[in-house]
Design a protein around this ligand. Structure first.
Ligand code: SER
Length: 320
């Protein structure tokens, strides 16, 4: 890293932000990483924290100049399920938040931006399996619509103003260090907590609803990986397809059962199952692999073992 790199994570209390901020601080030094969110973090953190909404352009500008921020990771977003209940707010946060950050880069106040897109940019008209980077994109949620529009904005700011913005189409992200909120793939995190605490889980997706997923560890490596890659290797400035694994609730349930014998999964699909139905089952990420060397590390059984190991430790500690 160049010695004057300073990082701002917007949405540092969120599922990915919590882990990413910590990883960046460990890698680049706690004095070089600033987390920001609407409210201070619940647990004590060692990194610098600033309260800020990404929609507050002036406050964002003050933080950027106070710390001489060079790289912004913009993770604040309304996810798919929550977005359907608050369409205007979802559009406002997902699009105007992005435009604010892009404008700081356009004005050369920051150097680099990471902004995630999602598998939700695809819809029922997209093929289900091994979905190509340039497959048809007709999203069916406001979340997907905002992410697809955001991809175009990133590409436009890059081509027109030379903004160095990099993006990944995240699949469902699963980890043990933080909880997701408002997404359709959240079940794949909830299931572990319920399995360990109560040995049972009622799933809001149907039994065989297979979706593209990724372990948090891989998602963080991909995120820092694309940001560290030389600029000329980033040939796609909309957003890269990114893939690691695909599984259904039944498949992850069976895998959990191999660790927790009495675990029982039942199914009570709700409206989130319809959102999931419109998404692909698996993604082709050849461009990310060829352009900047992306490779996932974790398969389903490795991920499940690692999560159960870590959550068992946490729940045991809580009981003591
Ligand atoms: N995890 C997201 C959601 O479920 C998809 O990108 O909304």
């Amino acid at each position: 890293m160049s010695s004057n790199q300073k990082f701002l994570v917007i949405g540092s209390n969120g599922q990915i932000g919590t882990v990413l901020t910590k990883k960046l601080a460990e890698k680049y030094g706690y004095e070089n990483v600033v987390g920001s969110d609407l409210r201070p973090p619940k647990k004590h953190t060692k990194f610098i924290f600033e309260e800020c909404s990404v929609l507050d352009f002036n406050r964002l500008g003050i933080i950027i100049s106070k710390y001489n921020i060079t790289d912004v990771y913009l993770l604040a977003a309304y996810l798919s399920a929550k977005g359907e209940n608050s369409m205007d707010k979802a559009w406002d946060l997902n699009i105007n938040g992005l435009i604010n950050v892009l404008n700081f880069a356009k004005e050369k106040k920051i150097k680099k931006i990471f902004w995630p897109s999602s598998i939700a940019i695809f819809g029922s008209t997209t093929p289900k399996k091994n979905v190509d980077q340039y497959a048809i994109t007709e999203p069916e949620t406001i979340y997907g619509v905002s992410k697809l529009s955001g991809e175009s904005l990133c590409n436009y700011y890059h081509n027109k103003f030379g903004v160095d913005v990099r993006s990944l189409r995240y699949p469902g992200i699963i980890g043990w260090e933080s909880m997701p909120g408002g997404g359709t793939t959240d079940y794949a995190v909830d299931i572990f907590h319920e399995a360990i605490k109560n040995q049972k889980y009622e799933c809001f997706l149907s039994k065989n609803r297979s979706l593209p997923m990724m372990y948090m560890d891989d998602a963080i490596r991909a995120t820092i990986g694309i940001m560290e890659a030389p600029s000329e290797q980033i040939k796609i400035r909309t957003s890269y397809n990114l893939s690691a694994l695909s599984f259904s609730p039944k498949q992850i349930g069976d895998e959990i059962k191999s660790h927790i014998k009495n675990f029982k999964i039942t199914y009570s699909p709700d409206n989130r199952d319809r959102l999931a139905e419109s998404w692909p089952q698996s993604i082709n990420d050849d461009h990310a692999r060829n352009d900047w060397g992306w490779r996932p590390n974790f398969n389903l059984s490795q991920m499940v073992s690692d999560i159960i190991l870590n959550l068992n430790k946490i729940y045991k500690k809580e009981k003591i």
